[in-house]
Design a protein around this ligand. Structure first.
Ligand code: 2HG
Ligand code: ZN
Length: 471
């Protein structure tokens, strides 16, 4: 059993000496924003916030902490949906922010590779790729604050996974500091490399439990000439999947996104996000946002209208309108947060099973818990929706969540597991889902993961309490 120690005054002094005044703070006011997660659900404490400026400094921090068995919680943009970057309440850990390491180290159009440090913000990666006439395709609502290290460590997905896959498909190489302070130098972006286990893939999605990602080589793609974006009104989630297959048959891989938005989600956005407008003349029970690159989306959607798959469609007439459609989609989380606390379930089942799952699981849940409301939205084409549940409105909402939250989530996870699905499709496990993972994952799966963790981090100092049920 790993033993975690409190950081001694000597350790804090050594860290301060090594990192200089910008690299360490214990000031409660400076630390406060980073001790609570984006959703305001987890409140942690930390002995210090360290902000190294280089990989060498990260190595020094990890080596010093490893020598004394002190825990480290790595953090990027602090946009985790599952409390993955928030330290525990005990205050024993060092919070390690990668935000000062935000350089784009290189862009190589010939290799189609961009090397970014862990603290680089996703939107800046997009800009740097575009400046070189290329594109880094992964994108998501939090692109203005999510960082490369966090995206790697959670194997982030987002809205372009349909065509390009999640981070696991987009990271060509990694640099990381392992829990003993040694450096894993794997940035060289080889297209072919068969030297045994793929440590890079082990670190992707490890949520900081196997080391600290300090930089990544990211795959670039040709810039898009013209993107076409349309907002469609449809009758059922089944029609959304049928529409995807219909469009793929006509314009193939040009279809880059297909996002499902129920009327309740759109209504929340229109109510809570300033400057938003209804995209269609009449509200539809279900909506689909489609994006295609360099293809005749208008023609393909015309055929879908004729075939009766789509009831109404608005094709963005300008880049500004395309951005406005995307804003409606990307603001769902924020609108939901304004509406009050809800239970979040980031789930996946096989793609073909998702339309029926959305409707049947929502009906079953709402029948079992009268007054509760399911808001299932997102990446239908990936078999992943955010099956979020709002408590019955009114003053009893907080008590309802407290008393029933676990049972409601358990109900959702049991339905997902029965379909061979996953209780975390793209947000990770963090601290929010550790117990749910322990309950639903097959024992051999958990045991193999525990062995990997023990092999690389025998003292258990890296992001304790996250991802793995360790007992
Ligand atoms: C999205 O797809 C994000 O918008 C957030 O993954 C989902 O807030 C959520 O539940
Ligand atoms: Zn999502």
């Amino acid at each position: 059993m790993a033993v975690i120690n409190l950081p001694s005054a000597a350790l804090l002094g050594a860290l301060a000496d090594r990192l200089g005044p910008r690299g360490l703070t214990r000031d409660p006011v400076e630390m406060a924003p980073w001790l609570t997660d984006w959703r305001g659900r987890y409140h942690g404490r930390a002995a210090a916030l360290v902000s190294p400026a280089s990989t060498d400094e990260v190595r020094a921090v990890v080596s010093l902490c490893a020598a004394q068995g002190v825990a480290i919680v790595p953090q990027g943009g602090n946009t985790s949906m599952v409390g993955g970057a928030t330290p525990g309440a005990d205050g024993d850990a060092i919070l390690l922010s990668l935000r000062r390491m935000d350089r784009i180290r290189s862009v190589s159009p010939d290799d189609d590779i961009l090397v970014a440090e862990a603290g680089a913000i996703l939107a800046h990666v997009h800009e740097a790729a575009a400046a070189a006439g290329r594109r880094f395709p992964l994108t998501l609502g939090a692109k203005g604050s999510a960082t490369v290290g966090g995206l790697v460590s959670t194997n982030a997905g987002g809205t372009q996974v349909l065509r390009f896959g999640p981070m696991r498909a987009l990271v060509a190489g990694l640099e990381a500091v392992l829990p003993d302070g040694s450096l894993y130098q794997g940035l060289s972006a080889l297209r072919k490399d068969n030297r045994g286990y793929d440590l890079k893939q082990l670190l992707i999605g490890a949520e900081g439990t196997l080391g600290v990602v300090t930089a990544a080589s990211l795959r670039l793609f040709p810039a898009v000439g013209a993107r076409a974006v349309a907002w469609c009104g449809i009758a059922t989630p089944g029609r959304a999947l049928a529409l995807l297959r219909f469009l793929e048959a006509r314009i193939g891989q040009a279809v880059e996104s297909l996002e499902l938005v129920p009327r309740v989600a759109l209504d929340l956005v229109l109510a809570h996000v300033p400057g938003t407008r209804p995209p269609l003349a009449a509200p539809a029970a279900w909506n689909v946002l489609v994006e295609a690159a360099d293809a005749d989306l208008e023609g393909a959607l015309g055929a879908a209208l004729e075939a009766g798959l789509v009831d109404d469609a608005a094709l963005a007439a300008s880049e500004a309108q395309a951005a406005a459609f995307w804003r409606l989609r990307d603001s769902i989380s924020e609108a939901e947060r304004h509406a009050g606390p809800a239970l979040k379930h980031d789930i996946s089942v096989p793609v073909a099973a998702m339309p029926a799952f959305v409707e049947e699981a929502a009906a079953a849940l709402e029948a079992r818990h009268p007054g509760a409301r399911v808001i299932a939205f997102g990446h239908l084409g990936d078999g992943n929706v955010h099956f979020n549940v709002q408590p019955p409105p009114g003053p009893g909402a907080a008590a309802w969540l407290e008393q029933r939250g676990e049972a409601v989530s358990g109900f959702v996870y049991d339905l997902v597991t029965a379909q061979g699905g996953s209780i975390s499709a793209e947000h990770g496990i963090g601290q929010m889902k550790v117990a749910a993972l322990a309950r639903t994952a097959p024992a051999p799966h958990l045991e193999a993961q525990r062995r990997i963790k023990r092999a690389l981090d025998p003292a258990g100092i890296m992001n304790p309490g996250k991802l793995l049920p360790l007992t």
